[in-house]
Ligand binder design. Structure first.
Ligand code: ATP
Ligand code: MEV
Ligand code: MG
Length: 428
């Protein structure tokens, strides 16, 4: 298979509706793909053939390495094709990557470069061409609980899987849906999970699963050795969610580590909290299987959102700004609010009551603006990982590093190269 440059891979962010953190401890959680996405442009420039280059303008990070410096793992005849990752990160590869990462101070940059190098070294080989530049742009807020790290890891795994010849070019266009997981999606999901491990240590796998497969799922990790269980939730009832970003930055790695300490120090008490979160996710799942929410089901879902948030507060993963959002939403009686994703800042979701008057939102927006928060209505259940390989001159005109770096808003990215605008996108 010949790899055609330039190309773009893309994957969605996600909203966890119930069960974050509990998901790490093998409890079920419910999440859905978001319409906000990450896009990774891969270009080839023969005049830079000695190098592999990163352009990650969203986090103000650019970097390059000589291709000969990278610890590309030689392919052994006994290796499986496509390669299957081990259950844990490979200690030998971690060791080999150390010197390449040692000069990077910022944890944001470090996590992104580590995931990049780990996946590149695992999936590309000496025969991979040099002179490749990887330019990453997200329409998602980064580090805000909406799965930016997983959508980035999925974009990388898909790009390296394609370059390394492990997966075929996708052929499924927007309208068609397949009922089963393609081999390519299984491959991308598994390797993106390794990227997530580089970024936050002990991920459950829910974020990369949603970023790969899209849609909405009930997800349960089954420990380190068994495969996770992913039950697709088709026909989610209309949910009317308001997403509000506190713009308070935080790292998932820190919050997951904080909960881990609590679970170690208070195993009995925290087990009850996690069990309660499991019960909430299961009750919510049964309610959300219905195509429409009647009044009683809606009331129950609202209650479950409130209880789930209270439990997350007890695990120490809220933040005064998340509580401010909850307070304003409670005062104006617009619905029930919980943090989403790892918490500690980032975003909250509010499940809105029906028949709210528009002036309530104006008042709420005003309050949020005073604190620098940003609200948006979320569209849930979008498409999973995709690839854009285009011969259209208007599209090709944008598929170069300066254009990609230069897009200055979410709308511009979506308009010029986005899955919602171009028909050339294909999905695995
Ligand atoms: N567009 C991007 N460009 C470069 N790096 C990115 C990009 N998006 C995500 N990242 C990497 O992912 C990290 C954020 O991941 P983190 O898991 O902390 O937050 P999140 O994934 O947005 O939220 P959550 O895990 O709670 O859903 C960033 O620090 C950066 O290393
Ligand atoms: C906090 C967490 O539950 C969700 C992060 O989006 C971590 C994980 O499941 O990997
Ligand atoms: Mg993350």
């Amino acid at each position: 298979m010949t790899v055609q440059f330039p190309f773009v891979t893309s994957a969605p962010g996600k909203v966890i509706i119930f069960g974050e953190h509990a998901a790490v401890y093998n409890r079920p959680a419910i999440a859905a793909a978001l319409s906000l996405r990450t896009y990774l442009l891969v270009t080839k420039d023969d005049s830079k053939s000695e190098y592999i280059l990163l352009e990650f303008p969203d986090i103000n990070f650019r970097c390059h390495w000589k291709k000969t410096e990278l610890p590309l793992h030689p392919i052994h005849p006994s290796d499986t094709n496509p390669p299957v990752p081990p259950s844990e990160l490979d200690p030998e590869l971690i060791n080999d990557l150390g010197p390449l990462l040692s000069a990077i101070d910022s944890p944001l940059h470090y996590g992104a470069a580590y995931a990049f190098l780990y996946l590149f070294s695992s999936l590309c080989s000496r025969s991979t061409p040099g002179g490749l530049t990887f330019t990453m742009r997200s329409t998602l807020p980064i580090g805000a609980g909406l799965g930016s790290s997983a959508s980035m890891s999925v974009c990388l795994a898909a790009a390296f899987g394609y370059i390394g010849g492990h997966i075929k070019e996708a052929t499924i266009c927007q309208e068609s849906k397949i009922a089963h997981d393609s081999d390519e999606c299984v491959f991308i999901d598994r390797w993106a999970f390794m990227g997530e491990k580089c970024i936050h240590g002990n991920p459950s796998g829910i974020d990369n699963a949603v970023a790969t497969h899209g849609g909405a799922v009930m997800f349960q990790r089954m420990g380190n050795t068994l495969p996770s269980v992913r039950t697709a939730m088709r026909n989610l009832p209309p949910m009317h969610l308001l997403l509000t970003n506190t713009k308070t930055s935080r790292r998932t790695a820190t919050l997951v580590a904080g909960v881990s300490k609590l679970v170690t120090d208070y195993p009995k008490s925290t087990a009850h909290i996690l069990d309660a979160m499991e019960a909430i996710a299961r009750e919510a799942y049964n309610l959300m299987l219905r195509p429409f929410l009647d009044e009683t089901s809606k009331r129950k879902l609202l209650n479950l959102i409130r209880i789930n948030h209270g439990l997350l507060v007890s695990l120490g993963v809220s933040h005064p700004n998340l509580e401010r959002i909850k307070l304003y939403c409670d005062e104006m009686n617009v619905g029930e609010t919980k943090l989403t994703g790892a918490g500690g800042g980032g975003c909250a979701i509010t499940l809105l009551r029906d028949n709210l008057k528009p002036d309530v939102f104006e008042k709420l927006d005003k309050k949020f603006c005073e604190h620098g928060f940003e609200s948006f209505r979320a569209t849930l259940g979008g498409k999973g990982v995709g690839i854009l390989i285009s011969n259209d001159e208007n599209v090709l005109d944008k598929l170069n590093v300066p254009s990609f770096v230069g897009f200055n808003s979410r709308d511009e990215i979506e308009t010029y190269v986005g899955c919602s605008s171009l028909e050339d996108w294909r999905y695995w």
